[in-house]
Design a binder for this molecule. Structure first.
Ligand SMILES: Cc1cc2nc3c(=O)[nH]c(=O)nc-3n(C[C@H](O)[C@H](O)[C@H](O)COP(=O)(O)OP(=O)(O)OC[C@H]3O[C@@H](n4cnc5c(N)ncnc54)[C@H](O)[C@@H]3O)c2cc1C
Length: 405
């Protein structure tokens, strides 16, 4: 993903007062930027890198529309999926939306009945396939390593393409993007009036933080610490190599939700404030995801480390990922590829933080989505419409102050 073609380094005389300044040009900032221009706001997205190595860039792009567990998440998944089906047309760019089986193999020593019980709470429970049926559906699976698999059809988009499409569409509606690192807020007493960046000051009536896993550190640096967290995620990208997956493969049960819960247990609060702390042991969710350009992403190691720039041992991580993936998909373990690392934001109740940051006027947060891709188009649209004056029935459940107690 490269932002270069659409970027302007705006000259100072072009620096007007924006209705909204968005910090972060990943998929959340891009979606919100587009929706805000849709309701008539003037918008500036400030992204620090022309080629962001962010969570959006390395994401699997899965739209887990089947996985809603409450009236709120079921509605958001349903409306989000409906919107994804139309987004290529609306944004006039191919988001590479498709529907594809998600195969969740169960290791021979894992408890398939417990996984099945967990799936009973979701909107569309995945179906059990025998070992033979699973290998017929995904011939790269290793029959010796699995007892069977759960399968469900889910959506997928190319996250960098969708981000690009949102930003281009935003640009056609007058929104602007600038490459600069936001270093501080501009404030007049208890009112935020802009951002100070590596390229100078930009002024706006509202500033919204869409910095993904960096949001926690940024808000703390600005003097408004918020209960938003991050994991360090590691994956390996395989270029087109003549090995093709028919499905998305993700071993079940997924480990990452338990890591997020353990890392935000009440007794971990103090550790987040200290550098170099490991909040919980790392987890590895072995999986492999194909994209329409022939690349495959394998992973995913997740670590809960308190510092966003903590060192991770790339070679050891890549070896661990390859070993875990090779167990399930032997043909993929040895395909050359490139290791990548990024931060992924999350909240302690798995709902995003959307709304004003308490204690100051004009500062907002739109982040903390664990698996945002299916719900993001809906939530960005609803938030923009609420800003434009249409109260939303769901958004009050997601305001940041719900987690401040
Ligand atoms: C391997 C992997 C697989 C995933 N698979 C899925 C999936 O299948 N489905 C799903 O729903 N989700 C998935 N996710 C999660 C999802 O991709 C991310 O949650 C989402 O992309 C985060 O988007 P974001 O915009 O919040 O953050 P990011 O994409 O991280 O963007 C934040 C941006 O903020 C910028 N920034 C930070 N600080 C500053 C600053 N001071 N000034 C200016 N800019 C700044 C950064 O440069 C960055 O570009 C996956 C994540 C990973 C890593």
């Amino acid at each position: 993903m490269t932002l270069t073609p659409r970027l302007q380094t705006l000259p100072p005389q072009a620096r007007s007062l924006y209705d909204w300044i968005i910090v972060g040009g990943g998929i959340t900032g891009a979606a919100l930027g587009y929706e805000l221009t849709q309701v008539g706001c003037s918008v500036l997205v400030v992204e620090r890198s022309p080629t962001p190595a962010n969570a959006t860039r390395y994401s699997y792009g899965g739209l887990a529309n089947w996985a809603g567990t409450s009236p709120l998440t079921r509605d958001l998944c349903e409306t989000g999926m409906a919107r994804h089906r139309r987004l290529s047309e609306e944004l006039e760019a191919d988001t590479q939306f498709r529907e594809i089986p998600l195969v969740m193999p169960i290791a021979t020593d894992a408890d398939a009945a417990a996984v099945a019980a967990d799936f009973q709470t979701v909107a569309q429970p995945p179906q059990w396939l025998s070992r033979t049926e699973a290998c017929d559906l995904e011939p790269l699976l290793n029959p010796a390593a699995i007892s069977g698999a759960f399968v469900v059809t889910q959506g997928q988009i190319a996250p960098d393409r969708l981000t690009d499409a949102y930003l281009q569409a935003m640009g056609r509606q007058g929104g602007q993007v600038a490459i600069a690192t936001v270093q501080a807020l501009v404030q007049r007493s208890a009112q935020v009036t802009g951002v100070m960046t590596s390229a100078g000051a930009w002024y706006g009536a509202n500033v919204v933080i869409c910095a993904g896993g960096w949001s926690r550190q940024l808000l703390k640096q600005f003097g408004f610490p918020m209960p938003i967290y991050f994991t360090h995620a590691e994956m390996v990208e395989l270029p087109p190599a003549g090995v093709s997956l028919r499905t998305m493969v993700m071993t079940a049960p997924l480990q990452r939700p338990a890591l997020e819960m353990a890392a935000t247990a009440p007794d971990r609060a103090a550790a987040w404030e200290n550098p170099d702390q490991e909040l919980a042991p790392p987890v590895l969710d072995a999986g492999a995801v194909p994209f329409q350009d022939g690349t495959i992403r394998i992973g995913q190691l997740s670590r809960a480390l308190s510092h966003p720039v903590a060192m991770v041992a790339a070679a050891a991580s890549e070896a661990a990922i390859r070993q875990a993936v090779e167990q399930v998909l032997p043909a993929l373990g040895g395909v050359p590829g490139t290791w990548h690392h990024c931060l992924v934001a999350f909240s302690r109740d798995r709902l995003p933080l959307i709304g004003p940051v308490p204690g100051v006027e004009g500062l907002h947060l739109f982040s903390g989505f664990s698996t945002p891709l299916v719900v993001l188009p809906t939530l960005a649209q609803r938030y923009a419409r609420q800003i434009a004056g249409t109260p939303d029935p769901w958004l009050p459940q997601m305001t940041p102050d719900r987690l401040l107690s």
